[in-house]
Design a protein around this ligand. Structure first.
Ligand code: ATP
Length: 341
């Protein structure tokens, strides 16, 4: 039974949650559902994937993406591809635009090269504005034209798991986890409730369905957010390939809780096995993180963002042996080097 708070606030919350987590549906223009991808074998060499000329397995591509906030030019031509089956980390100094990249991929922000500057000339303030090319985001080879409501983008669900877990305080865990299905599926409350319990079990939580977020620890909240991001409509005929974007999933957690979350992220990936022994349903994932343990444990490939550009890409094991001075300084935490604070 849904709580009074749920019914009272569902309209307002639906607006928010659609922006935060409801990904584009898996419908093609002709109304049919997109088909499943071919899976890569577990032993596939990711460096070969990275260097492959064949782009048929590219799920997301950022091509020369720019983003400014007023006079702050944050992204200055970002290029990378995320392929089916990949586990990718985005790292780099604070304020370099990592979260901004995730929000652009998720459709919460659009790339732009619009900026303004305020000049003072005599008694006058002059505002200078400039529009220019903005770069492009491609989802399975199709250019994203607008924000997340853009119906043209189909065939790939993209979920963003926020650093803060972003649970709705007045809703129970069940309502938080099942929100997307309560709003967008034809499933009964009982069916959704069963799926919620399954999703919670997949992330190692039991018997918390009726609790409010305020009754959970920080680590439990992150797990609930993860359960919310992996729940899917089982009455939907097609299994939708899905990409999850995690924004600093282990920030603020103690080392053991971090390990739990890092393993959970791996477990819901298609190459992993969740807490109840089922294969994960996440095709690829991208993690923004500052934590070395998360870099080592949760991802296979790294993208290093610095001053709005990608300055290094490599496999995780190459990170600590890189001769790139920016990467070396970041990996060692040294105050000496090209990165200035
Ligand atoms: N909506 C916004 N309006 C104005 N400035 C913004 C907005 N979002 C981000 N910024 C600015 O853009 C810059 C990059 O922010 P972003 O959160 O992407 O960095 P980050 O690399 O994820 O940083 P951190 O590692 O500290 O989380 C920061 O200077 C931030 O203040």
């Amino acid at each position: 039974m849904l709580s009074h708070s749920y019914n009272k606030q569902r309209k307002e919350l639906n607006t928010v949650i659609c922006a935060c987590m409801a990904p584009p549906q898996n419908l093609r223009n002709d109304g049919s559902y997109a088909t499943k991808f071919n899976s890569h074998s577990k032993s596939e060499d990711l460096s070969r994937i990275r260097d492959s000329e064949d782009d048929s397995d590219v799920l997301i591509e950022c091509r020369d993406v720019y983003k400014s906030f007023g006079e702050k030019h944050i992204l200055r031509g970002v290029n990378f591809k995320i392929r089916h089956g990949e586990a990718v980390g985005i790292i780099g100094p604070s304020g370099t635009g990592k979260s901004t990249v995730l929000k652009i991929i998720a459709g919460l922000l659009t790339p732009d090269k619009f900026w303004w500057a305020l000049h003072y000339a005599g008694d006058l303030f002059l505002i200078e504005m400039l529009f220019n090319e903005q770069g492009e985001v491609y989802i399975r080879g199709r250019k994203r034209a607008g924000l997340i409501s853009d119906d043209e983008i189909s065939g790939l669900r993209i979920g963003l798991v926020f650093q803060s877990a972003a649970l709705f305080d007045s809703l129970t865990v069940r309502e938080n986890v099942g929100f997307r299905l309560y709003e967008n599926s034809s499933m009964s409350e009982d069916q959704i409730s069963n799926l919620v319990t399954e999703s919670l079990a997949a992330v190692g939580l039991k018997g918390v369905e009726d609790r409010l977020p305020s009754e959970l620890s920080g680590g439990m909240k992150k797990r609930v957010a993860l359960a919310r991001s992996i729940i899917c409509d089982t009455t939907n005929a097609a299994i939708e390939p899905e990409v999850l974007l995690y924004d600093e999933p282990t920030a603020g957690l103690d080392p053991i809780a971090s390990t739990v979350v890092e393993d959970l992220i791996r477990s819901v990936h298609m190459k992993g096995e969740d807490a109840v022994g089922e294969p994960g349903n996440i095709a690829s994932f991208v993690v923004v993180t500052h934590q070395h343990s998360t870099i080592r444990r949760a991802v296979d490939r790294l993208i290093f963002l610095y001053e709005g550009k990608i300055v290094w890409q490599g496999m995780t094991h190459e990170f600590t042996t890189s001769t790139n001075p920016i990467v070396r300084q970041f990996a060692s935490g040294s105050l000496d080097g090209p990165i200035k604070y």
